[in-house]
Ligand binder design. Structure first.
Ligand code: SF4
Ligand code: SF4
Length: 349
């Protein structure tokens, strides 16, 4: 067995190799620039519409280490939002009533010890709250067992990833045992009324492809999920969102090491849909990083591309400046505009 030092040096070398491979592959591969595609539909420069969704990443810590994770989240990540930054977020919500939806994400947002405090403060401001719950957190430790009740008390919309309705495909993407725990967590959510007709408690699931391909049609897959989960486990839910894997972070590493990068990018480019381009989520969403910096979307956040205006941090949030900015684009944006499009709320076209 390798010593820790040897293992670290091995990992550092592997990382270096991957970055060399990444640069060589990406730079030698000519793609129509995304901006040019937008220009052909008079959408460039891409400008925001009215801001409505305030998406806040309250930390990169997670109990899982999924293969496709664009946040590169995991149990060892230390980045976590402080109370001071949360208070700045609350101040922005008070002075910007048009930010009607607050979307809390991570990592596993519940792992931030201030998560429940933050939710209750936002609830007092009368906003619709979404929590991106990875399901297994509900089963990870006794202190999380009451999360379904907590979500219910605060009328939270729960959005949870379940890559497929079978164990093999889910565990391959998210880790061994994840499917079983996710099913138990979904049953716990159902038992307090989530996803059940007439309760008003919304439980939405998210599908993303296990390999280098685009998601199938959202409605047909939703029917398939509903039938399978009901028949096998008695589970109910509201909507299924299909999401395209973005060619960044861990998923980019997978594309490069598996030799799928070029063919995947070609698929995204040839499936470019101008209707999806007009509706990309960065036009009505602002994304706040764990340290308070502002981004056009969660993906630009992971690429550390801060918003292109003076108001770069939550402490200097200025809605007018943000409204007048140009959205920062890159080749990864093809992930949002392929086929029916993709956003944190699923297909957009
Ligand atoms: S559960 Fe979500 S945040 Fe955590 S590793 Fe998986 S994809 Fe990333
Ligand atoms: S990746 Fe972000 S910036 Fe690019 S189109 Fe999608 S939402 Fe907009």
């Amino acid at each position: 067995m390798k010593s820790l030092k040897a293992q670290n040096s091995f990992l550092a070398n592997a990382g270096e190799q991957l970055h060399i491979l990444e640069d060589e592959t990406i730079n030698s591969f000519a793609l129509t620039p995304f901006q040019q595609k937008l220009e052909s539909g008079n959408l460039y420069p891409l400008k925001p519409k009215q801001l409505e969704i305030f998406q806040v990443n309250i930390g990169k810590m997670c109990n899982q280490t999924c293969r496709h994770c664009h946040v590169d989240a995991g149990p060892d990540r230390k980045e976590i939002m402080t109370k001071e930054t949360m208070q700045q977020c609350l101040k922005v919500l008070i002075s910007n009533p048009n930010l009607k939806i607050v979307d809390l994400t991570g990592g596993a947002p519940e792992m931030n010890s201030l998560f429940r405090w933050l939710v209750e403060e936002i609830k007092n401001l009368d906003r619709h709250i979404i929590v991106r719950c990875n399901l297994t957190i509900i089963r990870a430790n006794k202190k999380y067992y009451d999360l379904p009740e907590f979500y219910k008390q605060n009328n939270i919309e729960v959005i949870s990833s379940l890559p497929f309705y079978t164990q093999d495909r889910t565990d391959r993407q998210r880790g061994n045992g994840v499917f079983e725990d996710s099913i138990k967590a979904l049953q716990m959510l159902n038992s307090v009324g989530y996803g059940v007709d007439g309760t008003g408690l919304i439980l939405n699931l998210v599908y993303n492809p296990a390999g280098a391909f685009l998601p199938p049609g959202q409605h047909a897959l939703e029917r398939e999920y509903k039938q399978a989960l009901k028949a096998r486990f008695g589970i109910e839910f509201n909507n299924l969102f299909t999401i395209t894997n973005m060619p960044i972070s861990r998923y980019l590493d997978y594309l490069l090491t598996s030799g799928n990068y070029e063919s995947y990018m070609e698929k995204l480019v040839s499936a470019y849909n101008p209707v999806a381009a007009a509706n990309v989520m960065c036009r009505n969403t602002i994304s706040v990083g764990w340290d308070g910096y502002l981004y056009d979307c969660d993906f630009n956040q992971m690429l550390e591309l801060k918003v292109n205006c003076k108001s770069k941090h939550i402490s200097t949030f200025n809605e007018v400046e943000l409204y007048n900015r140009e959205i920062i684009l890159g080749q990864h944006c093809y992930g949002c505009t392929a086929g029916a499009g993709s956003s944190c709320g699923g297909a957009v076209a």
